[in-house]
Ligand binder design. Structure first.
Ligand SMILES: [Fe+2]
Length: 268
């Protein structure tokens, strides 16, 4: 199966710019690319920071763009989001029994578990007792089935201090939930606006750039979070019985090399 991973769209009111780029236009261009090339994906997940300041108009704009997708969509919250306007604009967003934006999509390939790490008004992430109980029950219910996790805040350091200081708080509590569960095959996250992959507690992890602005490869700045304009990307993920393959797609880059005589030249 194929899935689409998008993160950190940071929408403001449609027509307004943010850090000198237009996040609504970026999302529209991203959805254009998904519709043209990956309409066969099983679902699309957005791992948070859907809006930049929780603006209702931003969520309405997001709903307009996501409605163009024929696949199920899971819009998860990040620290820049607020649940009420998100759910008002996108009433099909997943909800658990406590109102958190969480769900499980059980498929033949495994259990795809979508997590809400938002602590409203706070940059760092939170996974409270209620959410912990919910996830523990879902992991127990999964048994030995393959599990894939999706969340905004990473429960680990990526060695970039400006985002490490606002990662998931009390990560040891989240780690206790997943440790020893060898059926968790991958953790997809957002928040850091950079392509960062590796493994944590034996679980492969991945994220990529956001759609509007990025965080530069800066290993020293602590605050404020620096910004950059490296190219936006989304991920196309293939799930096979014995393999997970994650492609980062710079969807605005249309350059190719063409042969001209005895050498190659870039063509846009
Ligand atoms: Fe973000």
């Amino acid at each position: 199966m194929k899935l689409i991973h998008i993160t950190d769209t940071h929408l403001v009111e449609p027509g307004r710019s943010l850090y000198q780029t237009d996040p609504y236009e970026r999302l529209a261009q991203c959805i254009d690319d998904v519709v043209a090339n990956h309409s066969d994906a099983a679902f699309c997940v957005l791992t948070g920071d859907l809006a930049h300041k929780g603006e209702p108009a931003a969520y309405k704009g997001m709903a307009t763009q996501l409605a163009r997708l024929s696949m199920p969509v899971y819009p998860l919250p990040g620290n820049h989001d607020f649940r009420a306007p998100l759910v008002e604009a996108m009433p099909n967003a997943p909800r658990d029994e406590n109102g958190f934006i969480q769900a499980v999509d059980r498929r033949p390939e495994g259990d795809f578990i979508f997590l809400d790490t938002l602590d409203e008004g706070v940059n760092g992430g939170k996974y409270c007792e209620k959410r912990t109980e919910w996830l523990k029950a879902k992991l127990d219910d999964a048994g030995d089935r393959p599990v894939y996790l999706f969340m905004h805040h990473p429960p680990f350091s990526i060695r970039i201090p400006c985002v490490d200081r606002i990662a998931l708080m009390e990560p040891e509590k989240f780690a206790a939930l997943v440790e020893g569960r060898r059926n968790i095959r991958h953790l997809f996250y957002g928040h850091v606006h950079r392509p960062v992959c590796g493994s944590w507690k034996g679980i492969p992890v991945s994220t990529m750039r956001g759609l509007n602005h990025q965080v530069p490869f800066d290993l020293t700045t602590v605050t404020p979070v620096p910004k950059s304009h490296e190219p936006p990307a989304y991920a196309v993920v293939f799930i096979d019985p014995d393999q997970v393959t994650v492609h980062f797609h710079d969807f605005l880059n249309h350059t190719t090399l063409v042969k001209v005589g005895d050498h190659f030249e870039y063509k846009r």
